[in-house]
Design a protein around this ligand. Sequence first.
Ligand SMILES: [Ca+2]
Ligand SMILES: [Ca+2]
Length: 129
Amino acid sequence: MSKKKGVSLGLAAGLALFVLALGLFSLQGTPVVAQVSTETNCTNGLDDDKDGFIDCFDTDCKCEPPKGTPCSPGYWKNHLTAFNATCVQVPSPWTCPALLTALTCKGSDANCKRSAAAAALNAISGCTE
Ligand SMILES: [Ca+2]
Ligand SMILES: [Ca+2]
């Protein structure tokens, strides 16, 4: 008798726990599926944690501020103080006059090497605009 009573008590307790768990479950509404809580990949163009913010727009991502583009030949041509300070450090075969000639050359870039001159200057100063 006492054994049977113990079993039924155990069943009742189990049922009560089950109902309680069911109640808690239904209170929470939709079951909580395992969610990614942080942006796990900051360069995939996807909103990994579904918080509405993609990659660097998500504060989970510690992104560097976007860097400017390397200074153009036109920039160097129009900033001669910076040019004069930088051109002297550009390794040969470039010289300051050769760089300036290239920057101000009016022909095609392939002939004038404007981009190469700007790149050589940018390599020294890390210039971005
Ligand atoms: Ca992402
Ligand atoms: Ca996100």
